[in-house]
Design a protein around this ligand. Structure first.
Ligand SMILES: O=C(CO)COP(=O)(O)O
Length: 260
């Protein structure tokens, strides 16, 4: 068993259905091998209940395999007049263990600043959820050799507001914007370089956290590139978009992580 248990998290984005949940669990129940990797499903909030029902119905068949549930976003507020928003407590009540925070689609399309992301990180932890914090540079930033600068900025604001120790209960996902949904994944070397940078930055404040935090790679992960990506020493699995909607391919990513 690796020091850090690999994780494969499926971010359905605004896709999927109750049927997809059922289809995935039918496959999990017969084909998931063991608990050497953790599998997380992050459906749209409206389908959390369907996933939870499947989790309950398949408890025995899963036989100790670790399948858990996460949300794709939460409000930074506890309650109140925030039409359309969902609070951390509500996600906790729905059975979520994780919540994705600061996905690039939310930062870009819904005006989530790093300040808001830091508040959402705090809100998640306050309600007993583990944040999966997404960071990543744009294509132009990479070309301008600003990758580390962008990642450091995105991390530092969360560290400043929440303290490094808050990362004791968090996961980081490196998702370069140019790789998300483009079919053009980072190379294993590019991913490893940034993951090592993130780990080092956290280690500077807490070697324990640096060593133990799981850092996922996200951006056009497929069954054909996953083995090389997951084999990198600082890559602890993946945050999967498109492929998480295909039960056969998603299962094959889970198997790759289990043998990483
Ligand atoms: O954004 C992602 C996961 O959060 C990655 O999406 P793709 O796997 O579709 O590139």
């Amino acid at each position: 068993m690796a020091l850090r248990r690999p994780m494969v998290a499926g971010n359905w984005k605004m896709n999927g259905s109750a049927q997809l949940a059922q289809e995935l669990f039918n496959k999990f129940a017969t084909k998931l091998q063991n608990d050497s990797a953790e599998v997380v499903l992050c459906p749209p909030s409206i389908y959390l209940e369907s996933v939870r029902q499947q989790l309950d119905a398949n408890k025995e068949a899963l036989n100790g395999c670790l399948v858990r549930m996460g949300a794709q976003n939460l409000s930074q507020h506890d309650f109140g007049a925030y039409t359309g928003e969902v609070s951390g407590q509500m996600l906790k009540d729905s059975g979520c263990r994780y919540v994705i925070i600061g996905h690039s689609e939310r930062r870009r399309m819904y005006g989530e600043t790093s300040d808001i992301v830091a508040d959402k990180f705090a809100a998640a932890q306050k309600h007993g959820l583990t944040p999966i914090l997404c960071v990543g540079e744009s294509g132009p930033a990479r070309e301008a050799r600003r990758t580390f600068e962008v990642i450091a900025e995105e991390l530092d604001i969360v560290i400043e507001k929440n303290g490094t120790m808050a990362f004791d209960n968090a996961i980081i996902a490196y998702e370069p914007l140019w790789a998300v949904g483009t079919g053009k994944s980072a190379t294993p070397e590019q991913a490893q370089e940034v993951h090592a940078f993130i780990r080092k930055r956290l280690s500077e404040v807490s070697p324990f956290i640096g060593e133990n935090i799981r850092i996922l790679y996200g951006g056009s992960v497929t069954p054909s590139n996953a083995a090389d990506l997951f084999a990198q020493p600082d890559v602890d699995g993946g945050l999967i978009g498109g492929v998480s909607l295909n039960s056969t391919e998603f299962l094959s990513l889970c198997s790759i992580a289990m043998s990483a």
